[in-house]
Ligand binder design. Structure first.
Ligand SMILES: [Zn+2]
Length: 370
């Protein structure tokens, strides 16, 4: 069973430079590999595998000598990451893999193997970078899998280590309509459950979001290139990190609760990239960061032998009456409540959608007949 552990790193100045080199080189290889894949598909109709790409890496290194300074396994880790991104794209109908930008708030690179963790001395030894100070606040035992070193926009460093503790995953527990809930992304709320429960974003998160708008305005008012603008930017970046931590905590609590209280959870797979293009939804979707929430549900379901059921986007969960099945094509984004003209049931838009998600998911498993 795989578990992830995350620790703060305190690299020395020259180690920071090496980390920056690794980040830059890995981003370069990822973007190169994505381009190779697209080109080969467009020109030859051929899909390049991770193996094909790795075979081309030595040639790339000859063209760009600076790539030789970094751990070659980290570079190969990027072709693997790209491969996973494509698997997600095809299997989950997730967005097409994007090129990596240096502007992303969190920059990272993988360390697939040959690193060591020294709990006694609070040190992590990384290939090509050496012994880096760390705060190893949590001990673990097991086989070290891939580690990921990351740097935030406020220059905080982390290492996230995947460990196989050798334990088997528990067997999946049985589930039925009574022990399954459907969960939908709310428009106003973070999530809406088929039981009728609506889960708002917590107050502290909302307050931080309000503050975010204030700080964003301050940055834009300061003249470009000025010291004050840099200061305001740093404050903004710090708040972004705080929000991301708060959101993570909230999502952990909610996902644990849902997993604990139910045998199966049904969700819709969202095409986040597609939805971000829709201007009205952009804020709501990125704010609630639905996909990172679903990721937490996925692995917690595995840990506890529960089941995560996923239905495709193509099911019109918002537009169907969950009682009689009437299809109401008039449900636009601003419709919060509606009455079914056939069976006269009064619907809350989001609760109706959550009930439908549960229904579709169970139908797919032949667990309810309608
Ligand atoms: Zn109806």
């Amino acid at each position: 069973m795989l578990k992830a552990y995350k620790f703060r790193l305190y690299p020395a100045a020259e180690q920071k430079t090496m980390i920056a080199n690794h980040i830059g080189s890995c981003r370069f290889v990822y973007n190169w590999a994505l381009e190779q894949k697209i080109k080969s598909y467009e020109q030859e109709g051929r899909s390049l595998s991770q193996y094909d790409l790795n075979k081309r890496l030595p040639e790339l290194k000859k063209e760009h000598e600076w790539l030789k300074k970094v751990n070659s396994q980290s570079l190969q880790g990027m072709t693997k990451n790209l491969d996973s991104a494509f698997t997600m794209f095809f299997r989950e109908k997730n967005g097409f893999p994007n090129f990596k930008s240096r502007k992303n708030p969190i920059q990272s690179f993988p360390v697939p193997q040959h690193y060591t963790v020294d709990f006694e001395n609070n040190v992590v030894k990384l290939p090509k970078i050496g012994k880096v100070k760390a705060v190893l606040h949590q001990r673990f035992e097991g086989k070290l899998k891939t580690a990921t070193v990351s740097r935030t926009s406020t220059e905080i460093y982390y290492i996230s280590i995947l460990v196989d503790n050798g334990e088997e995953l528990p067997e999946k527990q049985e589930f039925s309509a009574d022990t399954t809930v459907g969960v939908d992304v709310g428009i106003k709320d973070f999530a809406v459950i088929s039981t009728g429960e609506k889960i708002e974003n917590p107050k502290y998160l909302k307050n931080s979001m309000k503050r975010l708008k204030v700080l964003q305005k301050r940055v834009s008012k300061k003249p470009k290139g000025s010291k004050n603008r840099e200061k305001a930017k740093l404050r903004l970046a710090k708040l972004h990190e705080k929000i991301s931590n708060q959101r993570n905590d909230f999502q952990h609590q909610l996902s644990s609760k849902l997993i604990r209280e139910n045998q199966a959870i049904a969700v819709e797979t969202l095409n986040v990239n597609g939805m971000l293009k829709n201007h009205h939804l952009a804020q709501a979707i990125s704010d609630s960061s639905w996909s990172s929430f679903v990721t937490k549900l996925v692995y917690k379901a595995e840990w506890f032998g529960k089941t995560l059921l996923r239905i495709g986007r193509f099911e019109p969960s918002t537009k169907l009456c969950n009682v009689c099945g009437y299809h109401n094509s008039n449900i636009t984004l601003d419709v919060r409540e509606w009455e079914c003209p056939v069976c006269k049931t009064k619907h809350d838009r989001d609760i109706n959608a959550a009930i439908n998600i549960k229904k579709f998911a169970l139908q797919a498993k032949n667990l309810i007949v309608t």
